[in-house]
Ligand binder design. Sequence first.
Ligand code: AMP
Ligand code: TRP
Length: 331
Amino acid sequence: MGKQRVLSGIQSSGKLTLGNYIGAMKNYVALQHEHDCFYMIADLHAITVPQEPAALREQSESVAALFVAAGLDPTQAAIFLQSHVSAHAELSWLMTTMTYMGELERMTQFKDKSEGKEAVGAGLFLYPSLMAADILLYNANLVPVGDDQKQHLELTRDLAGRFNYRYGETLVVPEPFIPKVGARIMSLDDASKKMSKSNPNVGSFISLLDSPDEIRKKISRAKTDLGREIVFDVPNKPEISNLMTIYAQCSGQTLEQVQAAYEGQGYGAFKKDLAEVVVQALEPLQQKYADVRSSGEIHQILRDGAERASAVAETTLNSVKEAMGFVAKSR
Ligand code: AMP
Ligand code: TRP
């Protein structure tokens, strides 16, 4: 594989979870040395549900600092805020005009987030067109995401193809980059739902900034299945299989190794060890996070990142506008 362009993003709508880390951020870090990477804090996506201004500002800076704390090197990867690069909002409108209502109505994330709500913002509906713009602006070949973003990626690919068909080859059709293990970390209280920072039950997710004692408490209360064996069997033992996935991803072991290590042992012993494995995996990240926040370096990192991102994004936006027939300013 030659050097590829990589883009991904995480919404700044709450605290990041272990699911974000395992499903997406670990791959951000793994890709940064081989490829040309752009990692974005999706603050424009965050406002598709109401956000309190001070909280939004704090969360956006916090997510940026977590990117660095998780091991992203800002001299390699560009780390930036979506709202700092105005081309995102602009291409989003152009992509919206190319997106069919039916395509947006089929999005499972929209159905989940709007279900049972009285006033659903139009931004929530149009969210996938903005996400397509994010990716297409950077001519990204690879998009590291968790499993739940597959459908949005598919729409992005369709939009790129539709654009190229109507207006001539302009946009790169991206590929999702999804981990084989850990693409969908489930809730600690219900393994049929994905672990999510927007779950009102805080016991259902582990935040990357939870203290060791909170992590121990949450894991000791995590739901388990009937029986007592530690075996990886998603249909029959969904809860334990999820905990084993977390164990494997945080310790660097394979699922087979985890299963072999706990043969003949019960849930209690396994959970106790799992808590320590998670605490240890998060300890260096939390330490680095505290350093990054107290140094104030994040502002310069975001300024540099936005400058690098804007240069690429503006070029693509201009090609798109030219292809669509907008009159160039310089004429
Ligand atoms: P979000 O928090 O929705 O902005 O998601 C940011 C990234 O984390 C996306 O690539 C998601 O697919 C990924 N992600 C979120 N929750 C999980 C989860 N429970 N398991 C695996 N990946 C996840
Ligand atoms: N929609 C993504 C999520 O909720 C976040 C996101 C926004 C994103 N823009 C993106 C992910 C571009 C990958 C590429 O997880």
